[in-house]
Ligand binder design. Structure first.
Ligand SMILES: NC(=O)c1ccc[n+]([C@@H]2O[C@H](COP(=O)([O-])OP(=O)(O)OC[C@H]3O[C@@H](n4cnc5c(N)ncnc54)[C@H](O)[C@@H]3O)[C@@H](O)[C@H]2O)c1
Length: 249
């Protein structure tokens, strides 16, 4: 039997990349999926492909996760959600002396405040219903990555780990599990914003990974799906690292 039959999942930032792979995996496992992304056209295209490929019910919500009222409205009006995947995120590559107030604030707003708002509003709807939340952190939440420099990104990804642990402890009595996944370098568009166009940078990244390669979005989706599924019922407040061994070195 599909482990997520009868469940409804919201995945933010699922128009592409890791979020799209997560939406696919959850749909294959039987969930109805709500793709919530700021890119409306790309999200609609993704949803129709996903529905055609899996037969799952897939709906689209154009959502900016930084918009508190829109997040609240979605939580109140959507069908009851059992699984929330906070995946939407951006990276801003800039030496710290050159980082503008705007770039810093935008990174915090999307990566951290967006995650907080989604947790708070959907958490309210999950109380007492065995909810599962998975927040997407990063290896950058554990250590400064190189050669790229993105202090705002690192700060938000570390903060997501703190937020995850606090909510896991606070909401265990509400039957809501809250976990995080920390992917290593994964083959998606976000890497273009931190130097992937440079073959030297790509090689440097791979050389820092014991497995010698980038992760694939589908591999990250596997661990997200584990934390979202009832089979991980004892797991909460955990950060599951999926990085090909990067943080082991
Ligand atoms: N790819 C990697 O190497 C890597 C590594 C570690 C962590 N991550 C994290 O994985 C998550 C997904 O990133 P990705 O690699 O798939 O990148 P991506 O750029 O391909 O996808 C990001 C998605 O987030 C959406 N998004 C951006 N701002 C938004 C907003 N305000 N509201 C709603 N949606 C918004 C985008 O439209 C896009 O669909 C991010 O949180 C990222 O930090 C990625």
């Amino acid at each position: 039997m599909n482990p997520l039959n009868g469940k409804t999942a919201v995945v933010t930032g699922a128009a592409q990349g890791i979020g799209a792979a997560v939406a696919h995996k959850l749909a294959v496992q039987g969930a109805s999926v709500i793709i919530a992304d700021v890119q409306a056209d790309a999200a609609r295209e993704r949803a129709s492909k996903l529905a055609a490929a899996t037969g799952a019910k897939v709906t689209v919500e154009q959502l900016d996760v930084t918009d508190s009222q829109a997040v609240s409205r979605l939580a109140e009006t959507s069908e009851p959600v059992d699984i929330l995947i906070n995946n939407a995120g951006i990276a801003t590559n800039a030496a710290t002396f050159d980082m503008t107030d705007e770039a810093w604030q935008r990174t915090l707003d999307i990566n951290l405040t967006g995650t907080f708002l989604m947790c708070r509003e959907f958490g309210k709807t999950m109380r007492g219903r065995s909810g599962a939340i998975v927040n997407v952190s990063s290896i950058a939440g554990f250590k400064a990555t190189r050669p790229e420099v993105h202090v705002g990104y690192d700060a938000t990804k570390a903060a997501i780990i703190g937020l995850t642990r606090t909510l896991a402890a606070e909401w265990a009595s509400e039957e809501i599990r809250v976990n995080a996944v920390a992917p290593g370098y994964a083959n998606t568009d976000i890497l273009k914003s931190v130097g992937a166009e440079s073959p030297e940078t790509l090689e440097q990244w791979k050389a820092q990974v014991p497995q010698g390669r980038l992760m694939e979005p589908a591999e990250i989706a596997e661990v997200v799906a584990f934390l979202a599924a009832p089979s991980s019922s004892a797991v909460t407040g955990h950060v599951l690292v999926a990085d090909g061994g990067y943080t082991a070195w």
